[in-house]
Write a protein that binds this ligand. Sequence first.
Ligand code: HEM
Length: 539
Amino acid sequence: MKTEVITTMISLVFLVHFAITISPNAQPSWLFSLMSLSLAVVAVIVPLVVTTTCHARKNTDATTTIPGPRGWPLVGSLLVVSGPLMHRRLAALADAHSARRLMSLTLGATPVVISSHPETARDILSGAAFVDRPPKAAARELMFCRAIGFAPTGEYWRRLRRITGAGMLSPRRMAMLRGLRCRVADSMIQRVADQMERSGEVAMRALLQRASLESMVGSVLGLEGDAVCEELGEMVREGYELVGMFNLEDHYYKTSWGPLMDLWGVRPMCRELAAMVRGYFGKIIQERRLAGDCHERADLLSYMLSLPEEEKLEDSDVIAVLWEMIFRGVDVVAILLEWAMARMSLHPDIQSKAQEEMDAAVGVRRRRAITDSDVPNLAFLQWILKETLRMHPPGPLLSWARLAVQDARVGKHVVPAGTTAMVNMWAISHDEAIWGDPWVFRPERFAAAAAGEEVSVLGSDLRLAPFGSGRRVCPGRMMGLATAQLWLGRLLQEYRWLPPPANKPVELAECLRLSMEMKTPLVCRAVPRRRGGRPPAAA
Ligand code: HEM
């Protein structure tokens, strides 16, 4: 800190000197001006270097034994790893440094450790130290620090997890929302028919996002209809862009320069959106209070408003939680299903197997639509989703990193408090030593496991933990999985899916923003599997 203060003072002297030199009254020689300009440039750069190195060194001193790239002054390895394929770059870097178990690097001025191995991943995700999230400017401005995702681990965060569990994400509550998920599936299937009739192809991304949005708006707010979906859809889309934007401030938050690094104005844009979200949700809360029918409804908002007085949250906190649930729930489920459908149109043999399994379970002639209660008997369908989560995890770096609140042991290393920790789940789920032929899409690989050793994707098995693990594991994982299983089943039950016309091939290129999307949105063709072409309503 002392060094930082001294360099900043010296720099200020140089800057003042430069300001005097260029003032209208001064008439310096060109050589003098040049010298002064050079000193001014040095004055800006030196404190940056000193501050970043000071913060990076604190970590390096404690983690010198952890292998990893040294990085550049000022930026560390930020420029080397950032970008839409960050998970792949980090995996390659870990291999290059023989650092799969734990790699240490600096991103900007932030010390980071990364695990690409199930054992060290468990130390990070399930240990007592990495229980907070590192600060992220967009998340703070968009109120997520008052919601589950970015609230520090503590009494408030535990209370939110309890409330959202009991009010929406528990098996009992999910069962109450079963009808909604089936209705949304019906209208999705109807839209497929309409799009095929209109254009001979189906734009899958828009279709799945709309379904996901309808389901979340119904579950969280108990509302349905085009108007609310369009308005909220627009806000979610904008929030998703902002949270996914590269913001230098997030990598320099430990330095006094941090707030100056928001070069693209992410904070003000987030503030504007947050004001809109507050206004919109605030109005819905008032209307629900006036309606006075909270006890008769099954949505999260009604549940939160009917909590006993001692459990009640401030309205601003209710808004933060509702907004986060919709925000988190919409994109991941749609992205997961888009990848699954891409795989289905590329692997007709796998698709047919899933369809045969469903036909055998619910009959072919007077077939009824599958429901949640059929899913436990549809092992192959479940394996398809597991294999999709393995090859295309929506959060390859588990979406949001963890922050050590105290020194912690990871493998054989000690990681100091204040270090950011990431788990490269994509690298683990593509590790040849764990998965045999990791680049092949083969749902049957889970059959061997089913015979004895089950691979659970819910967080207990770190070979495949796409929902994270430990205390901060995804609380929406059961709902996300149940929704994806039901909708994938319905889409396959009603239609045979083909790749799009030759000019729009299915491309499996990835693009990591907040989640890992398909770089080129998926377009498919759908051929009805039942005579007459029109699907039935769910039972
Ligand atoms: C396919 C679906 C989903 C995937 C792949 C997914 C993935 C994840 C991951 C990787 C994390 C970080 C976990 C960790 O740090 O260990 C997370 C956290 C979270 N997810 Fe999900 N998620 C999904 C669906 C949902 C849904 C449907 C909701 C809510 C309706 C939701 C709400 C949350 C919340 C609130 C957190 C923050 C938890 C905390 O910090 O305590 N997610 N999710």
